[in-house]
Design a protein around this ligand. Structure first.
Ligand code: G6P
Length: 610
């Protein structure tokens, strides 16, 4: 996610903005920029890479004004280069933006047919042009022009806007992306995140969705887009800078677990067409012809991404009726595999840089297979090599143990299955609509589950002294059993194994006794009865069971020592919910043990070597 900072006051704005952006650096970014109003005009500086480059550019070309906006960009639309860096300019207007404008393609066509020449690939530049057009068409203030532009924009945004004709003013607005206003003595500030403002003030006003504000040095005015005046007293923030970076959570991992509803929402944004029971093709980049001609889907990935591909395989087979296989990328690259030109190789990687996945992609390409990348980092190595890319929009993930990228990958792969199923006519519009409807409801259901997170604290205590834990699941519960076990071993260093529940009797059952906790993915789905039989086999050997099950299930309530209950949802979307309690369980066990949760020993976030 991008970082925004704004300042209106009597000190030089540029160094304050640069410091604010530095406070957001921990989140990752690929370019940065400033727009400074010197009282007469707005000057822009943009650089690719780290803030040191922007700082150097500023030394070479000092900007003098006392009003300005700054931005660190984490690319979502368009490559990370200078042209796509923020601020974006149209006429006398400069805009920085965080979020995704869903209807950017339609707006782009509309502006272009109006004679506007767009310079970048970003959705943000469109917002700058809409504001500029509103000013040219008679809006008397920047505030009104931004309000006018917002009425045309759908999607998620936090924006900050300055304009040459109104020195001394920043206009900000938000919808589904955070925007906070900091109240100083003789200056006011704004930012996407609290850490950017903490050096200057602890009194903050948080904008709500659908609100915009006009910020001057000594005055802040807030209204809704519909024109209702908003009076909101500031909150006093007493977080220290470390707490602020983590949004008040103890670790980045916990923050990222709680960011999953937004990660999934952003990944679905602008891609799902419920009315048509379909997924927007241009977002996936595979033509209908390719979708129809492929004879096999071949998933390659590593680690957590590999677990997402197992769910992807089940979805592709069930919904698109294409044979699908899954393989760890490290095995593919040295196995002398056979690919054909009608294979669709789907390479899933949050970083887009994992060496083994990259090598598997190269092997597939060498044999003429089509490659689709599912990645979280725009323009990273794997998408660059692929024929098409479907990006997850989870935002930067800092915790080494992947959480929000995993659920965003699941959302992307389910959309891919629906897209292929509709093109291949194996999936009816009605079923597609039901699946997509269920998928759209997931973020709110996740929010409810996360609200029950404290319940897992007690359960985690029971796991702390275990030396081995077995995770079981079937069908779409199988990849979640693998992922639950991986999370636990990665961060708590407790030995954990994920197994297909049906395979238990072929080996792992020998391990079970009263000292081995068994975690079971056991929602009411089509394999429920089978999983219950496995649970009974565990009980018969004194195994202690923690089950993630469906609310109202009395059978599992009798068998399990601990339960975490989910709402009843369509089977296809279950993995997006079942994984959440396992992530939380692993987190709390690790936290009790006092391990380095965000940077577990021996692990790296991005593995660019073999
Ligand atoms: C490392 C990370 C894991 C990740 C795996 C694959 O092992 O620690 O969290 O799942 O790499 O990474 P990728 O970027 O390809 O998804």
């Amino acid at each position: 996610m991008c970082g925004i900072v704004g300042y209106v006051g009597s000190s030089l704005a540029a160094p304050i903005l640069l410091d604010g952006l530095r406070r957001l650096e921990y989140r990752g970014y690929d370019s940065a920029g400033l727009a400074i109003h010197d009282g007469k005009q707005i000057e822009i500086l943009r650089t690719v890479g780290k803030l040191g480059r922007l700082s150097e550019a500023l030394r070479a070309h000092p900007l003098q004004g006392t009003v300005g906006i700054g931005h660190t960009r984490w690319a979502t639309h368009g490559r990370p280069n200078e042209v796509n860096a923020h601020p974006h300019v149209a006429g006398g207007v400069a805009v920085v933006h965080n979020g995704i404008i869903e209807n950017h393609l339609a707006l782009r066509h509309e502006l272009e047919s109006d004679g506007v020449k767009l310079l970048s690939d970003t959705d943000t530049e469109i917002a700058a042009h809409l504001v500029n057009r509103a000013l040219s068409n008679g809006c008397s203030t920047l505030f009104e022009a931004v309000r006018h532009a917002l009425r045309q924009i759908q999607g998620a945004y936090a924006i900050a806007v300055v304009c040459a004709s109104e020195p001394g003013v920043i206009v900000v607005a938000r919808n589904a992306s955070p925007l906070v206003i900091g109240l100083g003595d003789d200056a006011n500030l704004c930012g996407s995140d609290i850490p950017a403002l903490l050096d200057h003030t602890r009194n903050m006003v948080f904008l709500d969705d659908g609100e915009l504000a006009e910020i001057r040095a000594k005055q802040v005015r807030i209204e809704t887009v519909d024109g209702r005046v908003v009076q909101r007293p500031p909150k006093h923030i007493d977080w220290n800078p470390m707490m602020a970076e983590k949004g008040g959570f103890k670790h980045f991992m916990l923050k990222e677990i709680h960011e999953q509803p937004r990660a999934v929402e952003d990944t679905l944004r602008g891609r799902v067409n419920l009315a048509a029971g379909d997924v927007a093709g241009e977002e996936i980049g595979l033509s209908a012809e390719v979708a129809r001609s492929i004879t096999r889907v071949y998933f390659v990935a590593c680690g957590t991404s590999y677990h997402a591909t197992i769910a992807g395989r089940y979805w592709i087979e069930q919904l698109a009726r294409v044979p699908a296989v899954v393989e760890m990328a490290s095995e593919v690259r040295y196995r002398d595999p056979v690919f054909t030109p009608t294979d669709l190789v789907v390479a899933v990687s949050q970083s887009g840089e994992t060496a083994d996945t990259l090598a598997a992609v190269k092997a597939a390409r060498a044999q003429g297979a089509k490659v689709l990348a599912v990645a979280n980092v725009l323009d990273s190595a794997i998408p660059r090599l692929a024929d098409a890319s479907l990006y997850t929009h989870a935002g930067p993930e800092i915790g080494v143990a992947s959480t929000k990228c995993f659920t965003a990958q699941l959302a992307a792969l389910l959309m891919l299955a629906v897209y292929l199923g509709r093109r291949r006519e194996s999936l009816t519009e009605e079923r597609a609509r039901q699946v997509l409807q269920a998928l759209i409801e997931i973020p709110n259901q996740m929010r409810t589950l996360l609200g029950q997170a404290p319940y897992l604290l007690g359960i985690a205590k029971r796991f702390v002294n275990a030396t081995d834990v077995l995770y079981l699941g079937r069908g779409l519960g199988f990849p979640i059993a693998l992922e639950g076990a991986l999370k636990l071993k990665e961060i708590s260093y407790i030995h954990a194994e994920g197994y297909a529940a049906g395979e238990m009797k072929h080996g792992p059952i020998a391990l079970i006794d009263e000292n081995v906790p068994v975690a079971v993915v056991c929602p009411r789905d089509s394999l429920y009865e089978k999983v219950i039989s496995n649970v009974q086999e565990v009980r018969a050997r004194e195994g202690r069971i923690f089950a993630v099950a469906t609310s109202g299930d009395s059978a599992i309530a009798e068998l399990a020592e601990h339960l975490f209950l989910l709402p009843e949802v369509r089977e296809e979307v279950l993995p997006l919910l079942t994984v959440v309690p396992f992530q939380l369980l692993a987190y709390h066990v690790a936290d009790y043990k006092g391990t380095d949760v965000d940077q577990p020993r021996n692990l790296a976030k991005t593995v660019t070597v073999e």
